[in-house]
Write a protein that binds this ligand. Sequence first.
Ligand code: SAM
Length: 269
Amino acid sequence: MKLEKLKPKKSLGQNFLKDEAVLDRIIKAANLSKEDVVVEIGPGHGALTEKLAQVCGKVIAIEIDERLVEVLHTKLVDNQNIEIIAGDILKINLPELIIEHGLDKTGYKVVANLPYYITSPIIRLLLETKYPPTEMVVMVQKEVAERIVAKKGAMSILAVSVQYYAKAEFLFTVFKESFEPMPKVDSAIIRITQNIEHETITKEATKKFFRIVKSGFSAKRKTLINNLSNGLQLEKKLVEEKLVSLGFSPNTRAQELGVEDWRKLAELF
Ligand code: SAM
C-alpha cells in the first residue's frame, strides 16, 4: 500500500515527525558513530530510521503496525544496515532479540519518537531489562519529560523510578506543529544514560527500595511519616525517628526526597 493512503492510527500514537530540522537535532543529540547499533521503537514512515542508518552501524527498528512494516520493507529495501522487525515492543522477547544480534556483548542505544500511550512502560522495560541500552535519546510528551527529569521538591514515582537506574536530562522542546497529524501537546527530547553502578544492586534491594517509595507516595496530601507508617505497618514514632536521623523534618513529603535519600531511607528499614 502507498504511504499517502495509510490513515494514521491514533490508538497507536501515530504522530509522525515532519520537521527535517527536528530530525537532524535528534540525530545530533544522539551523537552516534559507525560503531553504534541503534534500536528504534516505532519507526513509523522511517523518517528517523533513514537518518539514523546514515550515521550508525546498524538500526534495528521494531514496529507494531503491519501496514507500516510492509511500506518500510519496500521503502528501505536498499539500506543494508536497517532491519525492520514486526512486533509489539512490550510483548517481544527483548533479551532474546538482544542476544540474537550480539548486543549483550557490544551494547546498544535506543533512539526513538516513542508512542505516547505507552511511554512509561517502554522506558521502564528498557531500564529493567536484562541488557539495558547504554543510552536512550527519546521523544516523549513535554510534561512527561519534565516529570522524568524532576529534582527534589517535584519528585514523583516516575522520576524516582527512572533516576534510580539512570541519569535523565531534558535536551529540547519539540513543538506540536512539527508533527502530522498534530498532537494536542508539545513534546521534548530527553537523554537517559544508564547508571552503571546499579548493576551491583540486587533484585531484593530493588524490590525493597520500590516498596518503600510506593508507600511514601501512596497518599499525595499526606506526610511521608503517615504514608510510610500506613504502608509499612510501622509505628509513626519509629518512622519519625528514622526520618529525623537522616536530617528530614517530620513534615517532609515524598516529593522532597531524591533517589539518594530514598536509598538511605530504605537502608534504615
Ligand atoms: N518514528 C516515527 C516518526 O518519528 O515520525 C513515528 C513515531 S510515532 C510517535 C510512534 C510509532 O510507534 C508509530 O509508528 C506506531 O505505529 C509505533 N508503535 C505504537 N505502539 C507500538 C508498540 N507497542 N511497539 C512498537 N511500535 C509501536
